[in-house]
Design a protein around this ligand. Structure first.
Ligand code: HEC
Ligand code: HEC
Ligand code: HEC
Ligand code: HEC
Ligand code: HEC
Length: 430
């Protein structure tokens, strides 16, 4: 992450934004003639919360819109339209693009689709998108329709909301994630620990996402929602039993306290470091007469399905055998893991009525799910032709998008989004 010096940051803030002066506690936005709270750009918060601002700036939350995220941008243009135009509708539903409820929540709250009209629209999931939330209504609206993303919450118009509230009034205090200079916190803050310390603050956007056919194409999974679902057979009939369990909050893993304040890096699939924390890979080999068997064990250490959420995320296991010169003499696939070695590809397969693989918006059903279940231990076997083999190597890779998607939108994407990230590797010498 690029770190600006303190002076550089202050200069950038002054140069870029309308005012460096924070709102005073006695002024409501209307009285002061300043913008309403949900129009405060994040850089304004960053004047005091410098480290938090830089962490957020490096996160996908700050790059979630079609203007800033190349993958989302390419799909949004296909499904809806130009993110710099007003009045864009979703091509199938013909209504306001639901995408914006999660990917550009401030624009959605203002019911606009012109994301370059104001800096805070293009900021995506910014400080005030979260820190004005007062209550989570749930994603199931009364009329049976889903209320996703920004529309799943209630908001404060006059106070910033946080886990503890700022109860220091006008006394100079040190801002969490700020420098050592005491600052007077001029915004009104209110506390809402039950919301900010629970997964509810994330679930409006992260619980599920449906396509126009009402198929849930992205899900976070029951376990993290505090539900354990058991499928059993009673008199030959499938019965689902649901039990409430205590689940860790999203924050406990994604927002740890670092250097005395809550980290806002909130990393996932776009961060190769985070991805390495997901699956433990190990391998052993057994040799027999003219036989060489590699046993590979994948253990999902997460309560997430791995991969999860966006349905084009996938894991690929590459197994190679090397000779004494280090040359590859055998591999489990050459070009296409799906066709040559299906067990090596872990993905949610979305298909149409004919069972053909299609892009998520066109899918009508799930054609198969080979992803690793939460906590699952999966054992895979490979018979390796033993001639000349000195080493067997197993490598597990994570891809943000599938091979067909790379072919379709790859030319619009920078290389790092197309490069597989190494999750883990194991080697056995013979
Ligand atoms: C309910 C909230 C929600 C809605 C509505 C939503 N998304 Fe997303 N979207 C997400 C989340 C959360 C992620 C990140 C998931 C992950 O990292 O696996 C995401 C990720 C994506 C990605 C992958 C981005 C990347 O950088 O890899 C694409 C593409 C995408 N969404 C497209 C869309 C489109 C197009 C729409 C509208 C038709 C839409 N989304 C609607 C929540 C939503
Ligand atoms: C002038 C400096 C300043 C600015 C600008 C500022 N803050 Fe703060 N903020 C503080 C200080 C100082 C604290 C420490 C808490 C206190 O006052 O006791 C704080 C505390 C907080 C907290 C923690 C309170 C809690 O509930 O635990 C949150 C959340 C927060 N600020 C969010 C924001 C957001 C979002 C913005 C931009 C809209 C912002 N702040 C702008 C100085 C500032
Ligand atoms: C026990 C720790 C833990 C908890 C609890 C947790 N996560 Fe994660 N999460 C991770 C790790 C580690 C990764 C990195 C692996 C990855 O990218 O798939 C991750 C990945 C993700 C991703 C990217 C998915 C992908 O396949 O790329 C999203 C989105 C996400 N988490 C959201 C959430 C939300 C929302 C919650 C709460 C409902 C949550 N997580 C709870 C540890 C956790
Ligand atoms: C995705 C939602 C989200 C976004 C975006 C977000 N925050 Fe937070 N923030 C939280 C949550 C949740 C907590 C409380 C986490 C906890 O206590 O476990 C928090 C805590 C804080 C705190 C208190 C930190 C502490 O150590 O006590 C400050 C200050 C803060 N946020 C400022 C900001 C600023 C400034 C921005 C923008 C640069 C921002 N937040 C963006 C969700 C968000
Ligand atoms: C207003 C909607 C919204 C809220 C609230 C929200 N997110 Fe997100 N989140 C998104 C979207 C949209 C993306 C996808 C960004 C992209 O890739 O374009 C995302 C991406 C992520 C990712 C993947 C990052 C990566 O590196 O790929 C993680 C992890 C995550 N969010 C965790 C959280 C957690 C934890 C919370 C609660 C503290 C939270 N989110 C709250 C909308 C939201």
């Amino acid at each position: 992450m690029a770190v600006l010096g303190k002076q550089g940051l202050t200069f950038a803030l002054l140069a870029l934004f309308w005012s460096a002066a924070p709102l005073s506690a006695s002024e409501t936005p209307a009285e002061s003639g300043r913008p309403p709270l949900n129009h405060v750009p994040s850089a304004n918060c960053g004047e005091c919360h410098q480290d938090i601002y830089l962490q957020w700036q490096g996160s996908m939350h700050a790059k979630s819109t079609a203007l800033t995220d190349p993958i989302h941008g390419a799909v949004y243009r296909m499904e809806a339209g130009d993110p710099s135009e007003e009045g864009v509708t979703h091509k199938v539903t013909k209504s306001f693009p639901a995408c914006l409820q999660c990917h550009a929540p401030i624009a959605a709250r203002d019911k606009t689709t012109k994301l370059d009209a104001k800096p805070m629209y293009a900021e995506g999931v910014n400080c005030v998108a979260c820190h004005t939330m007062t209550a989570f209504k749930g994603i199931q609206g009364e009329d049976g329709k889903l209320t996703l993303g920004a529309s799943a919450y209630e908001y404060s118009k006059d106070s910033l909301i946080g886990p503890e509230g700022a109860f220091n009034g006008n006394k100079p205090v040190k801002a969490p994630g700020g420098d050592n200079e005491p600052k007077v916190n001029a915004f009104t803050h209110k506390a809402n620990a039950p919301l900010f310390k629970s997964s509810d603050i994330c679930l409006g956007c992260h619980q599920t996402m449906v396509n126009p056919q009402k198929l849930a194409v992205c899900t976070i999974g029951d376990l993290l929602l505090g539900k354990e679902v058991k499928e059993t057979k009673v008199k030959g009939k499938e019965v689902k039993e649901t039990r409430d369990i205590v689940a860790p909050t999203c924050q406990s893993c994604h927002m740890p306290v670092v250097n005395g304040f809550v980290s806002h890096e909130i990393a996932g699939g776009h961060d190769p470091e985070k991805v390495r924390k997901s699956v433990a890979l190990s391998m052993f080999t057994t040799e027999g007469e003219n036989k060489l068997k590699a046993t590979i064990i994948l253990k999902n250490t997460l309560l997430h399905t791995m991969p999860n959420s966006a349905p084009f995320r996938n894991l690929v296991l590459k197994v190679t055998a090397l000779n004494d010169k280090g040359e590859v003499v055998w591999s489990n696939f050459k070009e296409d893991p799906d066709k040559e070695d299906p067990q090596s590809l872990m993905i949610l397969k979305l298909v149409n009525n004919e069972g053909q693989p299609v892009m998520p918006p066109q899918a009508t059903k799930v054609g198969g799910d080979t992803r690793l279940k939460p906590g699952e231990k999966r054992v895979l076997y490979y018979n390796v032709p033993p001639a000349g083999v000195k080493t067997v190597r197993a490598e597990l890779y994570y891809n943000l998008i599938t091979k067909p998607m790379k072919e379709k939108i790859g030319d619009k994407l920078p290389d790092e989004l197309k490069t597989p990230a190494l999750v883990g590797r194991a080697e056995a010498g013979l």
